[in-house]
Write a protein that binds this ligand. Structure first.
Ligand SMILES: Cc1ncc(COP(=O)(O)O)c(C=O)c1O
Length: 269
């Protein structure tokens, strides 16, 4: 008996996205405000829209691009990473959004049996990315009940007590759905704990520009840190699917990342 028609267990065991669950709840309901999805109300910058109008006729736009992204874009992003994010040793690779970046990072860094760490309340898509790539040993740490910041004391205990050591810890900064910013000393402590335990720290900076009360967003740079960014929110480019990853060990580790990426998706950016 063949298995035509049967789905992979990985796919079956992956959660339904919360957006789909909320859409079902909203069906037939009037006068609601959905806070389910981070969709901004503004249009992309005028210059981007005008440039696309010109570029769309260029044959090169419809061809396969470089796996790492257009050299001109990568150069501009490197400048941005240095000037705005204080990341001076990192290289950059363009992806089809921050979500693709996260899946590729998991595929590049994790094996199916590895354990990984995230914090409640977590970004549902990261959880699903682990599930759909077969990384099912997902340790979810608590957030502080008042600030919703990741509990670094729990992380310290968990990294010490879990054998083998978790492969990767991920945080979103500022958080989705918490909205809270992880202050630099706490981010630094989380980073130091990861470094000392020998595990990767993946920081999703999709909301880097969504800072309030005079706070300034900060990124950290170290061999064990991978930073993710997105064009979707700040520039209202959700459907354009442009994000990027920066990493110090790019040339060493991210050759594999490029292979994973090119076999999964080509991105025109
Ligand atoms: C924390 C976080 N990361 C990534 C994304 C998706 O980014 P992108 O559109 O670049 O894939 C979202 C979108 O809601 C998000 O909230």
């Amino acid at each position: 008996m063949g298995s035509f028609g049967m789905l992979a267990k990985r796919a079956l065991l992956t959660d339904t996205p919360v957006m789909v669950q909320i859409q079902e709840l909203m069906r037939g309901v009037k006068d609601y405000v959905s806070l389910a999805q981070g969709v901004v109300y503004w249009q992309p910058p005028k210059q981007a829209l005008e440039k696309v109008q010109q570029l769309v006729w260029e044959p090169v736009i419809s061809r396969y691009g470089a796996d790492e992204g257009l050299p001109e874009l990568r150069e501009a992003l490197l400048k941005k990473l240095q000037q705005e994010n204080n990341l001076h040793r990192s290289s950059v690779m363009v992806t089809a959004g921050a979500n693709q970046a996260f899946v590729n990072i998991v595929l590049t860094l994790c094996d199916a049996g590895d354990s990984v760490v995230m914090f409640a309340p977590y970004y549902f898509n990261s959880y699903m990315s682990f599930q759909m790539t077969g990384v099912t040993d997902i340790l979810v740490g608590p957030g502080d009940p008042k600030t919703l910041h990741p509990d670094a004391d729990w992380l310290e205990r968990t990294l010490k007590d879990t054998k083998p050591t978790p492969k990767l810890v991920t945080v979103v900064n500022p958080g989705n759905p918490s909205g809270t910013y992880i202050p630099q000393p706490l981010l630094q402590r989380i980073s130091d704990l990861c470094r000392d335990a020998g595990c990767w720290l993946v920081v999703d900076n999709t909301y880097e520009y969504f800072m309030y009360d005079g706070l300034k967003h900060v990124c950290l740079e170290a061999d064990h840190i991978v930073n993710i960014f997105s064009f979707s929110k700040a520039y209202g480019m959700m459907g354009w699917r442009v994000g990027y990853v920066s990493d110090v060990m790019f040339d060493k580790n991210f050759k594999c990342f490029g292979q994973e990426k090119s076999s999964l998706c080509f991105c025109f950016a």
